[in-house]
Design a protein around this ligand. Structure first.
Ligand SMILES: Cc1cc2nc3c(=O)[nH]c(=O)nc-3n(C[C@H](O)[C@H](O)[C@H](O)COP(=O)(O)O)c2cc1C
Length: 261
């Protein structure tokens, strides 16, 4: 993937899930920029795709079973769609989906992953799905009004990612402070990823130029998706520290970043 490293590195630190949105329409330029990026993202893996819809998130939410939280109307929303076949498709969905989220963040838009089982016909608005496709998550898109919510705003400004697990807990085989700085930075940035109820199901293992990401316990579909989200963050963190390399799906864990020697 073509990663604008500095831009998304900053977005990782600024992003947090937003439930409240202004009624204000999204600027045309902003929507077009995001649309262009999404078009490129949609060409990367045939198993997954993203769609931006000019509808309020409230139009689709009644059809999503398992969601939580109170959302306001939003001027648009993102749909995350996967095919029912294909290796690593859930992890890829998280990885590609988070790229859209980070780009939206960089463009000044608020977002919030919302996952749930899509029950077609339960909402007035129906997503146009092709044969074999499944809607697995959505996100509202718009200008957040939560920055006017003092408590939340101040807490997150003062303690960004205040509620993430300690890196030691995230590295079950041990965390060595003498690891190369790219590894430590990648783990830190990966730990800022969003997850359902902030459960943070990702774990990291490092050795021989390879930083491996796996889920804690059995990797359910949504844990795979969340690990995919974290994988993109991990790559952004590694690249930002100057490590050159590439990601690989599968192998010992769900995915890894392998640094060039
Ligand atoms: C797959 C997925 C599903 C989520 N579903 C919801 C949801 O239904 N409602 C909600 O308010 N937040 C949802 N979230 C957002 C998480 O609650 C949020 O990421 C987590 O609490 C960490 O907060 P942060 O994103 O602000 O860093 C979801 C996140 C992910 C990755």
């Amino acid at each position: 993937m073509d990663i604008p490293v500095k831009r998304w590195y900053e977005a990782v630190q600024n992003r947090y899930s937003q439930q409240k949105y202004m009624a204000k329409e999204i600027k045309e330029f902003t929507l077009r920029s995001l649309g262009n990026k999404v078009e490129k993202l949609n060409k990367i893996y045939p198993e997954v795709r993203i769609e931006i819809l000019p509808n309020s998130i409230k139009e689709i939410l009644p059809a999503l079973k398992g969601k939580y939280g109170n959302f306001t109307e939003s001027p648009a929303f993102i749909a995350f769609i996967i095919n029912d076949k294909g290796e690593h498709r859930w992890t890829k969905m998280g990885y590609i989906g988070e790229a859209a989220i980070l780009e939206a963040t960089a463009l000044g838009l608020g977002s919030c992953w919302i996952a749930g089982r899509y029950l077609k016909g339960k909402s007035d608005f129906n997503i146009d799905l092709k044969r074999g496709e499944r809607l697995v998550a959505v996100s509202p898109l718009g200008y957040s009004s939560e920055s006017y919510n003092l408590t939340r705003h101040f807490i997150s400004k003062l303690f960004p990612h205040r509620d993430r697990k300690n890196v030691k807990e995230l590295c079950p085989d041990g965390y060595d402070p003498d690891w190369p700085s790219w590894v430590k930075n990648a783990i830190k940035i990966a730990s800022y990823a969003p997850s359902r109820l902030n459960r943070q199901p990702w774990r990291f293992y490092y050795g021989e130029n390879k930083l491996l990401l796996d889920s804690v316990g059995e990797p359910s579909s949504y844990k795979r998706l969340e690990c995919g989200i974290s994988l993109l963050h991990l790559e952004v963190g590694a690249l930002d520290s100057g490590a050159e390399g590439k990601i690989k799906f599968g192998g010992l864990g769900l995915a890894s970043f392998i640094k060039n020697r």
